[in-house]
Design a protein around this ligand. Structure first.
Ligand code: FAD
Ligand code: NAI
Length: 468
């Protein structure tokens, strides 16, 4: 006998579990199928949460070994207990995944642990983790199966010496030399963790720049800061093979455009060249669900696939692979299914890189505006001129605001600096409300805070920054 639900969500990541909660709030009977033994998806188990735990701990370690003495805090004899740091991280993950289990209970959502396969619209078969199968029937199905590591052709990830982000979050000792393939978000965040703990880090990036898609000026300055921290960059280069020897790894690298091969020795290689939608074993072909040209589940403007009653959200569909984007889509689709008008504004999704300093961006980059022929004005303000940043010795970076030249409407905000990830929220609200740079400039910002640099950058759009 099949179980009957209004909604079956497949995948309990930030997209799926948030969708389940919102649907339950709106009165739907919901089950959420998850093949991991813990809820929370990539984000809570092997993504955002463990990486931020290690970024936090490693930053404190680096501070203790670094400039705390400049503030009169003597920290002689600071040492690393990596095993303890890893268990601190694991405890954080555990607390978060259990938090989702609590929320499911509170909202009367049934978690079903096992691999879900769509038999047809309205029917999901689950190969239960505890053994056996169960068929769930539902008025609607939401695919929220997320993404998986993009493989590097010719290189086998063993999660021991050649690792993905998952292995890099669980190394048993600090590598002497960590070679990172891919100068994107994962490479720079996890590269920062291991660099702070003592590894030499070399980043091999295919393009002639890091963090593609980010405002050029921000990326260049960020790279310069990371270099000062000890990162080595090999831009415009690709890894063509990795040999495992008893002494370590021999990584073959050659110019992206072709040329002589160079061999780099390393003890760990982290492959971080992107992620791809995860739809394996989901039965999409049998159910007739179409994918787009890049293997993502194809949807319309309301998250509906080509099959009635089957929807998709999060990393499995197009758009930035970010937890908050997946969450907002989860809420939107739940509201649509409950007869409301759920909606996601893709123009105001922030992106944050949690390094030190952080990089936070929202809206258009300068390059995008140029390419689109938009007439814009730029306001920039460096943290070196912000009182709080100066006294805290956190002067790296700047705030950059791009505003429409005619209307002054804020089109993009890019922040490189300490706490940029929190500061970008102000820009998000401003943009959601269609604010002008003048609106931000005339908003009273508390003193002394780093956010005054946002106000000053807004003033600078009109050439009237006060402290510069
Ligand atoms: P996922 O979180 O991937 O969840 C999908 C779930 O579906 C998984 O648990 C999977 O086991 C399950 N599943 C798949 N197929 C089936 C099936 N057939 N049956 C049952 N269950 C199934 N984003 C941020 O916004 N901020 C960050 O700081 C950040 N840091 C990251 C760090 C790392 C190292 C990584 C790898 C990613 C990070 N991300 C971050 C990205 C973020 O994790 C993803 O964008 C987000 O998890 C996507 O959510 P989702 O719900 O679509 O999918
Ligand atoms: P990414 O897309 O951010 O970066 C991949 C990088 O690898 C790019 O710079 C690309 O040019 C480069 N590359 C591709 N093929 C290559 C090759 N063969 N050799 C050398 N370089 C190559 O992907 P990443 O870092 O793997 O992260 C995956 C996803 O996870 C991202 O889309 C991101 O959204 C998400 N994520 C988000 C975080 C955050 O929000 N703070 C943190 C970590 C991950």
């Amino acid at each position: 006998m099949a179980d009957q639900f209004d909604l079956v969500v497949i995948g309990a990541g930030p997209g799926g579990y948030v969708c389940a909660i919102r649907a339950a709030q709106l009165g739907l009977k919901v089950a959420c199928v998850e093949k991991r033994d813990a809820l929370g998806g990539t984000c809570l188990n092997v993504g955002c949460i463990p990486s931020k735990a290690l970024l936090h701990a490693s930053e404190l370690y680096a501070e203790a070994n670094g400039h705390l003495a400049d503030m009169g805090i003597n920290t002689k004899g600071v040492s690393l207990d990596l095993e303890k740091m890893m268990s601190f991280k694991d405890d954080g993950v555990d607390g978060n995944t259990k938090g989702v289990a609590f929320l499911f209970k509170k909202n009367k959502i049934e978690p079903v642990y096992g691999a879900g396969k769509i038999l047809s619209a309205g029917k999901v078969e689950v190969a239960l983790n505890e053994g056996g199968t169960r068929v769930l029937e539902a008025k609607n199905i939401v695919i929220a199966t997320g993404s998986d590591v993009m493989p590097l052709p010719g290189v086998e990830i063993d999660e021991d010496k050649i690792v993905s982000s998952t292995g890099a979050l669980d190394l048993k000792e600090v590598p002497k030399h960590l070679l990172v393939v891919g100068g994107g978000v994962i490479g720079l965040e996890l590269g920062s963790v291991w660099s702070r703990l003592g590894a030499k880090v070399t980043v091999v990036e295919f393009l002639d720049r890091i963090i593609p898609g980010t405002d050029d000026e921000v990326a260049k300055n960020f790279q310069r800061i990371l270099k000062k921290q000890g990162f080595e960059f090999k831009l415009g280069m690709k890894v063509t093979g990795i040999d495992k020897t008893n002494k370590g790894l021999k990584v073959s690298v050659e110019p992206a455009k072709g040329g002589d091969t160079q061999v780099i020795e390393a003890d760990i290689a982290l492959v971080a060249i992107g992620r791809r939608p995860y739809t394996e074993g989901l039965g999409l072909e049998g159910a007739g669900v179409a994918l787009d040209e890049r293997g993502r589940v194809a949807i319309d403007d309301h998250f509906k696939t080509n099959v009635d009653g089957i929807y998709a959200i999060g990393d499995a569909i197009a758009g930035p692979m970010l937890a908050h984007k997946a969450e907002d889509e989860g809420v939107a689709v739940a509201e649509i299914l409950a007869g409301q008008s759920g909606h996601v504004n893709y123009d105001t999704i922030p992106g944050v890189i949690y390094t030190a300093p952080e990089v936070a961006t929202i809206g258009k980059t300068e390059e995008e505006l140029k390419n689109a022929g938009v007439d814009y004005r730029v306001g920039k303000f460096p943290f070196s001129a912000n009182g709080r940043a100066k006294v805290n010795m956190q002067t790296d970076g700047f705030v950059k605001i791009l505003a429409d030249a005619k209307t002054d409407r804020v089109l993009g905000v890019h922040i490189l600096g300490t706490d940029a990830g929190n500061m970008i929220a102000e820009a998000g609200i401003a943009m959601e409300f269609g604010a002008s740079a003048e609106d931000i400039a005339r908003t009273c910002h508390a003193h002394p805070t780093l956010t005054e640099a946002v106000k000053e950058a807004a003033l600078a759009v009109d050439g009237r920054a006060l402290h510069m």
